[in-house]
Design a protein around this ligand. Sequence first.
Ligand code: ADP
Length: 199
Amino acid sequence: MKNVIPHNFKIGQEDRNGANGHNSFVLWFTGLSGSGKSTIANAVEQALFEQGVKTYLLDGDNVRSGINNDLTFSPEDRKENIRRIAEVGKLFVDAGVVVLAAFVSPYKNDRLNIENTIGSHSFVEIYVKTSIEECERRDVKGLYKKARSGEIKDFTGISAPYEAPDNPAIEIDTEKETVEASTARILSLIQDKLQLNHE
Ligand code: ADP
């Protein structure tokens, strides 16, 4: 951007990762509403926190009520919502924090943009694959009922598309796997990336 000249900061991500004793990156959970993104992200965060890892969870509740409270669910605003979350995630990674981001993020293209913003090496895509039938049966927030009655328009899975990832780092079938089992699988997947130094 014109006339915005980045300052050459003395402390960088590597320094912070060194001080924290682990690397930082984003675990991005994508899947239908009610698929289990928040539940699993919370369980993973808890396990990481107990190991002394610096973490932060971004989800619809803390993002839409604050930094993105000016945005609607129109296609342009959904895109802007995701763009800002990706930028916030990038800052947290720079700050040395492992970010757990739980968003429906239904469009492949948006997720590609997130990956480009954050950087492939710092982006782990987790597909929480739960059938629409099961999500609707759970109807955790009563949103499917409202979507079926037409009270909510453009609802992912009902009246708006969900584009499943082709090549996620990990796929979780919550109809076959417990929260504990998927948490353990995610922790083992990220172990090398995390390089947790227990000393
Ligand atoms: P999302 O964040 O994707 O909208 P939530 O995590 O809020 O979804 O809701 C998922 C619901 O599914 C929770 O009520 C959770 O207890 C339930 N659930 C049942 N089995 C599983 C499982 N194996 N993994 C994750 N969630 C599960």
